[in-house]
Design a protein around this ligand. Structure first.
Ligand SMILES: Cc1cc2nc3c(=O)[nH]c(=O)nc-3n(C[C@H](O)[C@H](O)[C@H](O)COP(=O)(O)O)c2cc1C
Length: 200
């Protein structure tokens, strides 16, 4: 039974462009996979905390050696990683905030990049461990950062997300950017069309 993890990260519940686009993708995915499972994780409304010293310490402590305090410090990360490991596919709604992802999404990333679990170090450098997972990244931004636009170099959002996906081994990545949403409907219409095509 295929499974989809839906990660929304807009702090806005109402009038969020990324949430609407993600909903469009999920609806299409469900009609393609009527028996599939959809799990929602909202890091916009319920952002994970910033990772702290005890959490990082627990990341680097072998499972069997963790104290009850270390286990508590790593519990949320384990839960978030578990959701990602269980999914065949993850769709991420990513508003651009100050040229990058929202702080809630960044916190989620810090919880799911886990040494020995989602990536490992090898003699050839780090190696991602989620090679069988597929990702769809859906972003929205007020301005236009498309290739050839004057602001192109200031886009640290979908480029960064792609890097993170690659770091954990996810190479099957589709990216849909709603450009210039503050300037009219065109970018949104193009994103809706791209989602319809991708999900067809
Ligand atoms: C705090 C904040 C920072 C933003 N920073 C940028 C930015 O750097 N560049 C940009 O083009 N748009 C920026 N925007 C506009 C959002 O990317 C845009 O409104 C987008 O639709 C947000 O996604 P959402 O509607 O799903 O919340 C920002 C919006 C907010 C609230």
């Amino acid at each position: 039974m295929p499974s989809l993890l839906v990660v929304n990260s807009s702090p806005n519940l109402e009038h969020s462009h990324t949430r609407a686009l993600v909903d469009q993708y999920v609806t299409a995915w469900q009609s393609k996979h009527p028996t599939g499972t959809v799990v929602y994780r909202d890091v916009g409304i319920n952002p994970p905390p910033h990772i702290d010293g005890p959490t990082i310490g627990a990341y680097y402590t072998p499972e069997g050696d963790r104290t009850p305090e270390a286990q508590a410090a790593i519990a949320l990360s384990d839960e978030l990683v578990g959701e990602l490991l269980a999914a065949d596919e993850v769709v991420i709604g990513a508003p651009m905030h100050n040229f990058s992802v929202t702080s809630g999404l960044k916190a989620w990333i810090d919880h799911i990049c886990r040494v020995g679990v989602t990536f490992r170090y090898t003699s050839n450098g780090p190696e991602g461990l989620l090679g069988d997972t597929k990702a769809v990244l859906i972003s929205a931004r007020g301005g236009n950062y498309s290739a050839g636009s004057p602001a192109h170099a200031f886009n640290h959002q979908d480029t960064y997300l792609r890097t993170v996906m690659g770091f954990v081994g996810i190479t099957d990545v589709a990216v849909i950017n709603a450009e210039g949403v503050a300037r009219g409907e065109e970018g949104l219409a193009q994103a809706r069309e791209a989602i319809a095509k991708l999900a067809a």
